[in-house]
Each structure stands twice: as structure tokens, then as C-alpha cells.
Write a protein that binds this ligand. Structure first.
Ligand code: PEP
Ligand code: MG
Length: 613
């Protein structure tokens, strides 16, 4: 028997039981589907890997010298950092650096490490031993002040260890195709990795709605996030299987486990292949009600797939990905890219979103002024509530204006719409419109060919939901971003894997927010679409259609599945499901009511999709 079995339940009971993984398998959150097998490259940004090398007595002096030199370099770095601080605003930061400086000069730390070296350990091993000992004792202290110091000691020790080993905080270059197992990985870092060298990605941090996961899906890199202890459980060079449909990482797999994983991958490919057979059909419910399935786009390489899956337009083009390499694209370049994407889809519409930077989307590097400013923003006490989205864009008027001019110019060539992320107030929306009007006047005065585009707001914070009726007067369309809406409505950090599962699209606290948005859009007669991950969730699709949504935007790879789901539904059933879902008090009740009403209709599709209920 294989170590992990599929459960092909009968259609009327579409429940896949999550089985206990075998001993050498770790679990995480499936973030981008696929199965990959390969050698691991482990990268732990937080903890330097330390070789346990024994030394002979005559080497002790040289090792001590290495340790003292590393301490001196670490001290010099901390002092330089401290010098650079702005005395008026960085008082707290200065105190932390002062504390670290004191620790790095600590006699006891040095003399304890020296004793370890004389006892036969290399410098790195000696320092790690002493630091682990101090951290262990501090962590058990009764006073919280002392317990907090444990992190400082860890931090200081890691810094000296980096000096000793030369380990950086940058990703190592991948010489050969490998599975990257990392403590964390930003979207910008993933974007910079050579595509042919990354078989799969596993991270300890992150969630399925985080932007690294979104990009991984766009690039078809099988990815599991939130795998606790992955960097400790795997060593560079070991063979691993990444089963990213199930969220399982197998270390040193048996031959049977490999065969089983390959078999599952084949079965999923054939399921996906069968779904694609009907891709020429326009999407409609069984009763003929039309539902538009649009593509989400992050990088241009996805265009081909979106066209291939017969997306009926682009519902969300995340243009911020053009900025993640740390460059600031100019107007000409942006105009070309937007016109190219627009032309590829014409006469269908492409909806661009102005750059939604901040929080978990920050450019690499920081060489440019704008990038440096963004790097500073990452230091905000809570970046998810800091300058991000439209709020940030309005703080960088030149960058925003450049982008908007490019959109208006590209609209000469193809039907485009423009929307703004994270609209929180009516004032912001008005300000955004003013920037567009200004750009328009400039272009007209300079006789540059351009065309006005419909302007929309993303509804992704609770204040926008509450203000939907008045916001609708300021907008030509709405697009609901349920990834952020879940984060802000349910107070669940979308980057935190320990609580990610609480941000369910079935949460009544989220679902009920859709009704006022739909009502406001209907009253004012403006179109509304939904572009968060919820739009392709196997259980959510009928609810969304039942609530009145007729345009769902999703990763192109999800379109065939959503089309198959729609084809089996009729509007009456969807409206019934939506009504019942909105009457439920709990997430579990919502799930149960959908399964009870539609299990017989959709059970086999849910099952093949791998839905775990
Ligand atoms: C969302 O928040 O739902 C959304 C579509 O935008 P993003 O995921 O890029 O934040
Ligand atoms: Mg968002």
C-alpha cells in the first residue's frame, strides 16, 4: 500500500478525509498545485547553519582569533548602523542597537565561547553552544523582561555567526534545478529566481493568499507554504517530494512514495485535461445564465495561458509586479506593456489595477529613491495597516501619474479599465480621479493620443463595504478583493500561516459583506466583479453566482474547473444556496448547507479537485 492514498469517495459523499501523513512527511498549506521531486536547497534566513567541526588543541588559538575578528566586525556594523540613525525619529531603534552592542561586547559570552573552543569545538559551534545555553536559560526566566532578552541574544549570535561563516540573508544562487526549502520568500525574490532552476518551493512562513503564493500559481511553481520546521527537517542535497495539491513535503521518500506521488500527479493532469476539453464553450449555467470568467494576471508570461483557457478578459492585472525588481518603469515602457496586454485580449476588456505596493509586496534592492522609500515603509509598525495600496500611491504622485498616463495612452489601442486598490474612503477615490483628470489634461495639451477609461474601486476593506452606496456614485465599476477583505474584516493577517485557515471564504462575517456591495452596485447600475481567491473556490462559486455576481476573475489555470462547475448549476439553486449561506451563523454551517444542497450535483468535481471538507 502506498504511504498516502487518494480517497475517491462516491459522488454523493464528496468528503475527502485528511489522512495522517507518514512519519517523514511534513504538512503545510497548498499554495500552488503540482507535484515535484528533486534535490533540496535549504535557505534559512533567520538561522545560520553551523558545521559541528571538532578541532585539535593546536588549532584553538586560530579559532579564537576568528571568533574575536567576527565579533569586532559585527560590532563595527552595529556601530555604523547606530551612527546612521536619525536622532529625532529612531530613539527606540537606537535603544535596541545599544543593547545589542552591549551584548556583543559581553566578556562572559566571549570567555564562555573561549572555554568551548579550548574544549575542542570550532568557533561557530562554540558560539552556537554558548548562545543556545544563554537563550535557553533566559527563555525560562520568570520576568518577561528577561525572556524578551532571549531574542536579542539570538539576534546578536546570528549576526556574529554570519560574520564567521559568510552566510548572507540573500538567497543563494541555484546552480541546478532544485526544490527550494526556505524560511520565507518574498514575491520579489521568487520573481528573480531563474524559472528553469526552481522545481518547487516550500516555505515555513506565508499563506495561500499571500503574494508569493499568488505569483507561484501564476508561474506554475508547485508551492507549499506554512510548513513549520521545514528548514530544520530537510538538509541541502536530500531528495524531497513536494505534493503541493495536498500540502505535503516528503523527505527522503521511499520508491513507493515516489511512485504514488507521480501517480497522483498523472491523475490530476488527466482530470485537468478532461476539464479543458470543453474550453471553447462560453461559460453559462445549465439554464443559460451567462457568467464571465476572467483571468487574473501578474506577469506577462501568463497571457498565453489566459488566452488559451479562453478567459473572457482580464479582471485583475496586478501591475505592481512590474516594480518588484526594484526598478521604476518609465511611461514608454508601461504604455507598451499595457497596450500589448490590451491588444492580446481585444475586443475583450483588460482591467488594470494601479500598483498595489506595500505590506508583503516590496521591491528588492532599494537603489532608487522610490524603492528606498518603499523599504522604509516596510519598517512601519504594522505594514498591512500602513502606507499601502492607493494610500501609498497618493504619497508618490509622480509614480502614480506616470502609470496613469501610460494607461490612458495604451487605452487608445485596446479596451482598458483602471481600478485602485485598497480604497478606504470616498476622499481617496476622489483624489485618485483628480490624478487621472490631471494626467488626461496634460496628455491633451501635449496632443498625445489617449483615451479615458472607466475608473473603479477595489472593495477590499470593511469601510469600503460600508460606504459602497456612496462610493458607487464615484465609480464606474467595483471589483471585490476578498483576500484583503478577509484579512481586514476577520482581523487575520494574510501572511500568518498559524491563523490562515481561519480566513475561510465560507466565514459568514465575510460572506455577508458581499450583499451590501452587490446592492449598491445594482442600485447605481455599475458592473461588479470579484477577483480574490474566493472566485475559484469550489464551494464559493455557487454562492457568488447566487448573490448576483456575473463576472469572476481568477488564475487562468482555474478557469476550466470554474466553467465545469457553472455548467452543472442553475440560477435557482445558486440563489437558494446563497440565501441559506447568508442565514448561517458559523463557517461550518455554511459549508454543510452548501454540501447538503449541491453534493449530488458537484460532489465528484469537488472530489477530483481535491477539496478537503
Ligand atoms: C484581494 O485582496 O482579494 C486581491 C484580489 O488583491 P491582492 O490579492 O493582490 O491583494
Ligand atoms: Mg488586495
Amino acid at each position: 500500500m502506498s504511504d498516502v492514498d487518494d480517497h475517491d469517495g462516491p459522488p454523493t459523499r464528496p468528503i475527502v478525509i485528511a489522512e495522517v501523513p507518514p512519519a517523514r512527511a511534513l504538512r503545510g498549506l497548498p499554495a500552488s498545485p503540482g507535484v515535484a521531486i528533486g534535490h533540496a536547497v535549504v535557505f534559512d534566513r533567520r538561522s545560520v547553519p553551523v558545521a559541528r567541526r571538532s578541532i585539535a588543541a593546536h588549532e584553538a588559538l586560530a579559532e579564537l582569533g576568528r571568533l574575536l575578528a567576527a565579533i569586532a566586525r559585527s560590532r563595527a556594523r552595529l556601530e555604523a548602523l547606530r551612527e546612521d540613525l536619525d536622532p529625532t525619529i529612531d530613539a527606540e531603534h537606537r535603544l535596541v542597537l545599544d543593547a545589542h552592542l552591549l551584548m556583543v561586547k559581553d566578556e562572559l559570552l566571549v570567555s564562555s565561547a573561549e572555554a568551548e573552543i579550548r574544549g575542542g569545538k570550532c568557533a561557530e559551534w562554540a558560539l552556537r553552544t554558548v548562545a543556545d545555553d544563554v537563550v535557553g536559560r533566559l527563555a525560562q526566566a520568570k520576568e518577561s523582561y528577561l525572556r524578551d532578552r532571549a531574542h536579542d541574544v539570538e539576534h546578536v549570535a546570528e549576526d556574529v555567526l554570519r560574520m564567521l561563516t559568510g552566510a548572507g540573508t540573500e538567497l543563494p544562487p541555484l546552480a541546478e534545478a532544485a526544490v527550494l526549502v526556505a524560511s520565507d520568500l518574498s514575491a520579489a525574490e521568487l520573481l528573480a529566481l531563474p524559472r528553469d532552476k526552481v522545481l518547487a518551493v516550500v516555505t515555513e512562513l506565508g499563506t495561500a493568499t499571500g503574494h508569493t503564493a499568488i505569483l507561484a500559481r501564476a508561474l506554475h511553481v508547485p508551492t507549499i507554504v506554512g510548513v513549520r520546521g521545514a528548514t530544520r527537517a530537510v538538509e541541502t542535497g536530500q531528495i524531497v517530494i513536494v505534493d503541493a495539491r495536498r500540502g505535503e513535503l516528503h523527505v527522503d521518500p521511499t520508491t513507493e512514495a515516489r511512485a504514488s506521488a507521480e501517480d497522483r500527479a498523472d491523475r490530476y493532469r488527466s482530470f485537468a485535461g478532461r476539464l479543458r476539453e470543453s474550453r471553447d464553450a462560453r461559460t453559462a449555467l445549465a439554464d443559460g445564465t451567462r457568467v464571465e470568467l476572467l483571468a487574473n494576471l501578474e506577469v506577462e508570461v501568463e497571457l498565453e495561458e489566459a488566452l488559451d483557457e479562453r478567459a473572457e478578459g482580464v479582471g485583475l492585472y496586478r501591475t505592481e509586479f512590474l516594480y518588484l525588481d526594484g526598478s521604476l518603469p518609465d511611461e514608454e515602457h508601461l504604455t507598451e506593456v499595457f497596450a500589448r496586454v490590451g491588444r492580446a485580449f481585444a475586443p475583450r476588456t483588460v482591467t488594470l489595477r494601479t500598483f498595489d505596493l506595500g505590506a508583503d509586496k516590496l521591491p528588492r534592492g532599494g537603489g532608487l529613491d522610490a524603492s528606498r522609500r518603499l523599504a522604509e515603509l516596510a519598517q512601519a509598525p504594522n505594514p498591512a495597516l500602513g502606507l499601502r495600496g492607493l494610500r501609498l500611491a497618493l504619497e508618490m504622485p509622480e509614480v502614480l501619474r506616470t502609470q496613469i498616463r501610460a494607461v490612458l495612452r495604451a487605452a487608445e489601442e485596446a479596451p482598458l479599465r483602471l481600478m485602485f486598490p485598497m480604497v478606504c474612503t470616498v476622499e481617496e477615490m476622489r483624489e485618485a480621479r483628480r490624478v487621472v483628470d490631471h494626467a488626461r489634461r496634460e496628455l491633451a495639451q501635449a496632443r498625445v493620443p489617449h483615451r479615458m477609461v472607466p475608473l473603479g474601486a477595489m472593495i477590499e476593506v470593511p469601510s469600503a463595504v460600508v460606504l459602497a452606496d456612496v462610493l458607487a456614485n464615484e465609480c464606474d465599476f467595483f471589483s471585490v478583493g476578498t483576500n484583503d477583505l478577509a484579512q481586514y474584516a476577520l482581523a487575520i493577517d494574510r501572511g500568518d500561516p498559524t491563523i490562515a485557515s481561519l480566513a475561510s471564504p465560507m466565514a459568514p462575517g465575510l460572506l455577508r459583506m458581499l450583499r451590501p456591495v452587490m446592492a449598491a452596485a445594482q442600485t447605481r447600475g455599475i458592473p461588479v466583479s470579484l477577483c480574490g481567491d474566493m472566485s475559484s473556490h469550489p464551494l464559493a462559486i455557487p454562492v457568488l453566482v447566487g448573490l448576483g455576481l456575473r463576472a469572476l476573475s481568477m488564475p487562468a489555470s482555474e478557469i476550466p474547473f470554474a466553467r465545469a462547475v457553472c455548467a452543472r448549476l442553475d440560477l435557482r439553486a445558486c440563489e437558494d444556496v446563497a440565501k441559506k449561506a447568508l442565514a448561517c451563523a458559523t463557517e461550518a454551517e455554511v459549508r454543510r448547507s452548501i454540501v447538503a444542497r449541491l453534493g449530488a450535483t458537484l460532489g465528484d468535481l469537488w472530489d477530483e479537485h481535491g477539496l478537503v471538507l
